[in-house]
Design a protein around this ligand. Structure first.
Ligand SMILES: [Zn+2]
Length: 256
């Protein structure tokens, strides 16, 4: 079960004064050493773990970061890990490099920025571990997570399900397979990009229809475009689903 699910970054692609880019913080409700914070995606929203560390991480000794894919608005915050490690915090990055792109995640991350001259330190030097993430079930930070391959983005992505409480589907066009994946969940955070709909993303009406068909109680429009008209986004998603929230930073998904 989830004890916390807070959006650290609710925006897509370009950060704004109102929205950092994609990042979601989760925490399980168990006790013991296997319970530790888990982040899905490391956009600029990850900076909150640095700028407000006590609030979001407390005395955590371990942080697991799951990546849905490697587009820049979902990984640029990994660079900020330099401000978190070396202080007794063990960090593990789980990426779908091998599963989705036939390239080891560590190689992709090194190529992107964890090597000179882009960064002065490597992941090894930072003490950050890298693990492969594949579609299927995994246990992380005391949470049972299911990952699903989403093929309707220019590069494939992963969607995530945490029990019956939350499904998180970012960076995908409307995918009929999402209906089964999200069936019966309480909250669906779904990509909603308009206007106009960009290739690889979902119209808000379509996000609402997926949530409706899956029997989801609450739709949260995530990956909000930098120049979105929030009222319009909500109104359009509301034509197909009765309960719609447009994601904002620091939104508590368990309070919806
Ligand atoms: Zn994105």
């Amino acid at each position: 079960m989830l004890a916390a699910a807070t959006i650290l970054g609710s925006g897509g692609f370009v950060p704004t004064g109102r929205r950092e880019t994609s990042s979601l913080l989760l925490r399980g409700d168990g006790s013991g050493s296997d319970v530790s914070p888990v982040v899905i995606d490391a956009g600029t929203g990850l900076r909150r773990l640095v700028t407000d560390r006590d609030r979001w991480l407390g005395d955590a000794r371990r942080l697991d970061v799951l990546l849905s894919h490697f587009h820049i608005d979902h990984v640029c915050g990994l660079a900020y890990l330099t401000e978190l490690t070396g202080d007794g915090l063990e960090v593990v990055i789980h990426g779908p490099g091998a599963a989705l792109y036939d390239t080891p995640t560590a190689e992709i991350l090194s190529r992107m920025f964890f090597s000179p001259p882009l960064m002065p330190v490597t992941l090894d030097q930072l003490g950050v571990r890298v693990a492969e993430l594949a579609p299927g079930e995994l246990s992380v930070g005391g949470l049972a997570v299911r990952a699903r391959r989403q093929d309707k983005h220019p590069n494939p992505t992963l969607g995530f399900r945490i029990g019956d409480e939350l499904v998180w589907c970012t960076d995908t066009e409307a995918d009929p397979g999402t209906v089964d994946f999200a069936r019966g969940a309480r909250v669906l955070g779904h990509d909603a990009w308009a206007p106009p709909v960009a290739p690889g993303h979902t119209a808000p009406e379509e996000a609402g229809a997926l949530a409706r068909d899956a029997g989801v109680e609450q739709l949260v429009c995530i990956h909000v475009p930098p120049r979105a008209d929030e009222d319009d986004l909500r109104a359009r998603a509301s034509t197909t689903h009765p309960r719609v929230t447009v994601a904002t930073d620091e939104l508590d998904l368990l309070a919806l």
